[in-house]
Design a protein around this ligand. Structure first.
Ligand code: PLP
Ligand code: COI
Length: 340
């Protein structure tokens, strides 16, 4: 299969229209048969539920070209599962998990020429989502929905790539206590835009959000979970019921324990503890593990000993092992890698 002629190393984290996407409609009380479409456009009623009350959920996962030229996906069953729960919380009919996985396979196969070559640092990002497509004017769930899944090649999420970033403690909250912080709904991201633009305007790469109930504990950023390393090489990840349960973070916890023999603790992490950690990273499908060099809390700088030049040593080991598994260079735990 001949690849598209893109400057793979410099595509950035941006949308490219690829050739085919998967579409399935929910109507008459059931999910209809899906189909592949060559059109990236959607025509909607002006009063569609998505337009008025933001009834939408989505996912993000990647397809990788391995060192030996295979194309694989990573733990897509967990994305299918998370989207199922996100839909339930948003009063939407969940999309069957086996059909989600089938749609991933179809879209990757149909867009094989868009899978970035091994070694380019880019991957094929997959964006499954579903939204309310029928009109609603009173506040209530819609009757009809559409599930879609498209692909776009992407480079690193942060421009710096593997260079540490600087983040600020946000004055805004991304989620509400007992709200929707734990599901992947577009409305959470709309909520985070003002905080994001404000952070960028002040020269920061991202926001650290605090727990919305007490503003004492570390939650996550707008698009990734935190992972810390203590001075005696213990991995610590924040516990909260208003953060997204990151598949990357759950995988890194497993890698830390079973591949690197490290102790891992998931617990509440106070903001005033950050100064005691040796390393800090952001983990997610888009972020992979992006090292954080500095957190700024209203002018007060917390600088991690790993510094602003490169990843800390444990973060690097976690990164190398996880990406080694994803690119087929290190044996994966049972069921993590699915060849297309
Ligand atoms: N937290 C938020 C708010 C996210 O949007 C994401 C991205 O999906 C993550 C965490 C990381 O989750 P995952 O590792 O499953 O991609
Ligand atoms: C992902 O990592 O897949 C996300 O959805 C995060 C988003 C900020 C791009």
């Amino acid at each position: 299969m001949e690849k598209k002629n893109l400057d793979w190393k410099h595509i950035g984290f941006a949308y490219h229209t690829t050739d085919y996407r998967y579409v399935a409609d929910y109507k008459d009380g059931k999910w209809q048969e899906g189909y592949m479409s060559d059109s990236p456009n959607i025509v909607l009623n002006e009063c569609a539920g998505i337009m008025q009350y933001c009834q939408e959920v989505f996912e993000g996962l990647k397809a990788y070209e391995t060192a030996d030229g295979r194309i694989v996906t990573f733990r897509s069953d967990l994305n299918a599962d998370r989207m199922y729960h996100s839909a339930e919380r948003m009063e939407m009919p969940p999309f069957p998990k086996e059909r989600f996985i089938e749609a991933v396979e179809k879209v990757v196969k149909a867009n094989e020429a868009w899978v970035p070559p091994y070694g380019s640092g880019a991957t094929l990002y997959l964006r499954p989502y579903m939204y309310a497509s029928s009109p609603v004017i009173g506040v209530k769930p819609a009757e009809e929905y559409q599930f879609r899944l498209f692909a776009t090649p992407v480079g690193p999420y942060f421009h710096e790539g593997a260079k540490p970033i600087t983040i600020c403690v946000s004055d805004f909250d991304r989620a509400a206590p007992k709200g929707t912080g734990h599901i992947k709904a577009g409305l959470n991201y709309a909520m985070s835009l003002h905080a994001n633009v404000t952070a960028h305007a002040n020269g920061f790469d991202e926001n650290l959000f605090l727990d919305p109930g007490t503003r004492t504990y570390v939650e996550e950023t707008g698009g990734a979970n935190f992972l810390f390393v203590t001075k005696d090489n213990e991995v610590v990840t924040p516990l909260s019921d208003s953060i997204l349960p990151s598949i990357t973070r759950r995988s890194l916890v497993y890698v830390a324990e079973h591949y690197l023999g490290l102790k891992v603790t998931t617990r509440k992490v106070r903001l005033d503890e950050l100064k005691d950690f040796a390393e800090c990273g952001l983990c997610g499908t888009a972020a992979v593990i992006s090292p954080v060099g500095k957190v700024v809390d209203h002018g007060k700088e917390i600088c991690f000993p790993s510094g602003m030049e490169k990843m800390g040593p444990i973060t690097q080991k976690l990164y190398d092992t996880l990406t080694g598994i994803q690119y087929g260079k290190i044996e994966a735990p049972e069921g993590w890698i699915h060849e297309i």
